[in-house]
Design a protein around this ligand. Structure first.
Ligand code: ATP
Ligand code: MG
Length: 558
């Protein structure tokens, strides 16, 4: 049911209230993300730990809000001295290190645009993104520079300065003053440049403004249940939007302690972190959850996770099995939520206290007017009946909406029809207002006159004890139009065989019925994923059909 969508007054009011809950620059000089995240805490919570870095060698380093305040002031001063000004892009090619956070916040103080790049990118994707953003400064490490930037440096005419986090970074800061006054900042000033995951094609550069902080703050309270005393862990890599919106900005605006893990995934290591750091709120992703499920429930017993009170997930559909597993093993559900690089913040979520329906992404947050629509050209038809498939649309007006696809005006324009932003994702809404993900428009399979979203087929396969991960595609077929082909990766202890193949076909057919069940199944050691851990169905399809693989800049090397 759509209740508040007609006038939009309630949502406007909501965002005004949320804006009022922030501090704003002194003397009415506007709204700056870094002030809300860092400076405003200094007087009352200056000695509170803002960031705890857990190094690979298991030592740790703490930065208080006051430490962060001083370091980011110094970085902003350094940028000024280097002649880097408002709207100039400052990029990072870094892991989760102190320099990343200092660069993010220092750049925003200087009204420069912060652009985090995935540190596992090779030279080519880095070149493309730095060129598109006309980046002036890159902060990286000496090793990453040698491997990834040196080969392309001649092709970056806008770049003024490379700063080494493990080299001249500290010296640069040491030479500057602790004092910096954030210049007047309009909420519409550009602040963040994020590249999309490239799951469906060539990544787009989404530009966000300082006003986005209103949404970061509000949605973290609503959808992640963040409170000032929390110890929060976001597992997302800083190269993707989640790693900034909820890995850097939102927890700081709430004054919480964020745990930053510099290491990579390892089930024991993760559980140890949850235990030792007494993590209360944990934000992760379906791929990680599936890996933890693969590691089994027994090892969980070795750890005390009693501080954990809220778990959330984003990035891909969260299979219902994962929610059920979490309830059984952690004693609390995983709260799925949905958003995109373009939306800048969480839009649809399972929030605390609301009934979790496993497999559903939850309901639109206050302030978010979502609808299931059909559209042609500029006409948008809102589907108000429940359980009908359509595209998720969001009514314009939330603060963290992207303001441009950099260098692609036409493409940006095409994302909107009238008042609505069209997301490219298909879903259904049930009578209770819960949204159920069906698939991306690009991934939907047309078989024998039916439209089938990959998600339900993949989830059905996951119910089989041998299956760790699955992805399905439509494979052209002269009779059916397309047939459904599934790719599966098996759990440890299971091996591919013709028997297992047939068993899985039969299993899926029984669960899904003949039309929706896959007709072919292939076994893979691992499914191809983006660096942000999303399964790349388009790549499976291209390989299956022997077609060019398209833009594969974000594929994770495995
Ligand atoms: P590109 O736009 O370049 O193809 P991408 O869409 O994967 O890449 P992101 O903005 O990082 O880039 O991801 C957003 C997308 O991830 C959503 O549009 C949706 O398809 C998927 N997604 C995010 N959260 C969920 C969720 N909870 N359930 C299902 N899908 C989700
Ligand atoms: Mg997208």
């Amino acid at each position: 049911m759509m209740t508040i969508t007609e006038t939009g007054t309630d949502t406007k009011q909501f965002w005004l209230q949320e804006r009022a809950a922030l501090t704003g620059l002194p003397r009415g000089k506007g709204l700056n993300i870094a002030f809300e995240a860092v400076d405003r805490h200094v007087a009352r919570r200056g000695e509170h730990i803002a960031l705890r870095f857990r190094r690979k060698d298991r030592t740790s380093l703490d930065l208080t809000y006051s430490d962060l305040h001083r370091a980011t002031n110094r970085f902003a001063n350094a940028l000024k001295r280097l002649g880097i000004g408002p709207s100039d892009v400052v990029a990072t090619v870094l892991g989760r290190t102190p320099a990343l956070f200092i660069t993010a916040m220092g750049s925003l103080k200087n009204r420069s645009v912060f652009c985090p790049l995935f540190s596992a990118f090779g030279p080519e994707p880095i070149r493309e993104r730095l060129r598109l953003g006309k980046a002036r400064v890159v902060v990286t490490t000496e090793a990453l520079y040698r491997k990834k930037i040196a080969p392309i440096i001649a092709d970056l005419p806008d770049l003024r300065r490379v700063i080494y986090a493990d080299g001249d970074f500290d010296g640069l800061l040491a030479a500057e003053s602790d004092d910096f006054t954030i210049p007047p900042t309009s909420p519409e000033d550009p602040a963040l440049l994020h590249f999309t995951s490239g799951t469906t094609g060539k990544p787009k550069g989404a530009l966000h403004v300082h006003e986005a902080v209103v949404a970061h703050h509000a949605t973290a309270r609503l959808a992640l249940d963040l409170r000032a005393e929390d110890r929060f862990w976001c597992t997302a890599d800083p190269g993707w939007v989640t790693g900034t919106s909820y890995g850097i900005i939102a927890p700081l605006t709430h004054g919480v302690t964020t745990i930053v893990d510099e290491g990579e995934f390892d089930a024991d290591r993760w559980y140890r972190l949850l235990q030792e750091e007494k993590v209360t709120v944990w934000y992760t992703a379906p791929t990680a959850v599936r890996m933890l499920m693969k590691a089994g429930r027994e090892i969980v017993r070795n750890y005390d996770l009693s501080h954990l009170r809220f778990i959330a997930s984003v990035g891909e559909p969260l299979n219902p099995q994962a929610v059920i597993w979490s309830n059984q093993v952690y004693g609390i559900p995983i709260h799925d939520n949905w958003w995109q690089t373009e939306t800048g913040g969480i839009m649809i979520a399972n929030i605390r206290g609301m009934e979790v329906r496993p497999g559903s992404m939850g309901r639109p947050l206050p302030g978010v007017e979502a609808a299931i629509v059909r559209h042609s050209d500029d006409r948008v038809e809102i589907i108000s009946d429940p359980n009908v498939e359509g595209e998720i649309a969001l009514r314009k007006g939330w603060p963290s909406m992207f303001r441009a696809y950099l260098g692609e005006e036409e493409r940006y324009r095409k994302c909107f029809a009238g008042d609505w932003y069209l997301t490219g994702d298909l879903a259904k809404r049930d009578a209770g207002g819960y949204y159920w993900f069906v698939g991306r428009m690009d991934d939907v399979i047309k078989t024998s006159g039916h439209l089938i979203g990959p998600f339900e087929v993949e989830s059905a396969l996951l119910d089989h004890p041998a299956v760790a991960e699955s992805a399905v595609i439509g494979k052209p077929d002269p009779v059916a139009g397309e047939i459904i082909k599934a790719f599966v990766a098996l759990k440890p202890g299971f091996a591919a065989s013709p028997e297992l193949h047939d068993e899985l076909l039969g299993f899926a057919r029984k669960k899904l019925g003949a039309v929706v069940a896959p007709k072919e199944i292939a076994f893979l050691d691992a499914l191809p994923k983006t660096g942000s851990e999303k399964i790349m169905r388009r790549l499976l399809k291209a390989r299956e059909l022997g077609l060019p693989e398209g833009d594969i800049s974000t594929v994770k090397a495995s």
